[in-house]
Design a protein around this ligand. Structure first.
Ligand code: IMP
Length: 197
């Protein structure tokens, strides 16, 4: 079986990509499983750039097909903040309870219709022959008034999805994967790879 490396250290993302790539004939392994244990600086200005930076660094080391992702939360009222800086907003090690409370307080008094937001995910792939592919997908929602739900991670407890009447932290893992920015961007990449390889 051909192998594909997903350039992440996040176990949740590995589980998701393995589920989505099942049946493609690829064994998906993590960076660590491929013996690549490095920190990659994400200094691009777009999600696509950051994902491609990660994929290229790992591809240069291993020569395998490498996928990487980059994602973030865009809040329209805050000029699309925290955006590509989502992981680093108020500091990388700051608990999400504090980051989420900060965003809610910055939206104090802002009515529902102006609380629109989206999660964005870009996936980049570098193939062994050097070809590069990217895909992008979003999930649209609104910023809530308090944290709700215990699933997911990061900004999920404040990201309310009107069509479900729930935050993404109130969805099960399977439900979220079907509609999430990352799930959809991975599905698009799977189609791109099927067409290209
Ligand atoms: P990265 O893509 O791993 O660099 O992470 C981007 C950051 O965006 C995460 O650390 C979270 O803060 C935020 N984020 C991205 N996707 C989600 C999601 O599905 N739920 C909650 N927060 C997310």
């Amino acid at each position: 079986m051909k192998r594909m490396i997903f350039a992440t250290g996040n176990a949740g993302k590995m589980k998701e990509i393995r589920m989505i790539m099942e049946g493609t004939g690829y064994e998906v392994i993590s960076m660590k499983e491929a013996g690549v244990d490095i920190e990659i600086e994400e200094n691009g200005s777009t999600y696509e750039e950051n994902a491609m930076i990660k994929a290229k660094v790992v591809a240069a080391i291993t020569g395998d097909t490498v996928l990487a992702d980059d994602s973030g939360l865009e809040i329209d009222y805050l000029n699309k903040e925290p955006g590509v800086q989502s992981a680093r907003y108020l500091g990388e090690d700051t608990p999400y309870a504090i980051k989420n409370a900060s965003l809610i307080s910055r939206l104090e008094g802002v009515p529902d219709e102006q609380r629109t937001a989206r999660f964005v995910c870009a996936i980049a792939a570098v193939l062994p022959d050097g070809r590069e592919l990217t895909t992008r997908a979003t999930i649209e929602g609104r910023i809530g008034y308090e944290e709700k739900g215990n699933h997911g991670f990061g900004y999920d407890p404040i990201f309310y999805v009107p069509e479900f009447g729930k935050t993404t932290a109130e969805l099960t893992e399977e439900e979220k994967n079907q509609v999430s920015h990352r799930g959809k961007a991975l599905e698009l990449m799977k189609k791109e790879l099927n067409r290209t390889i």
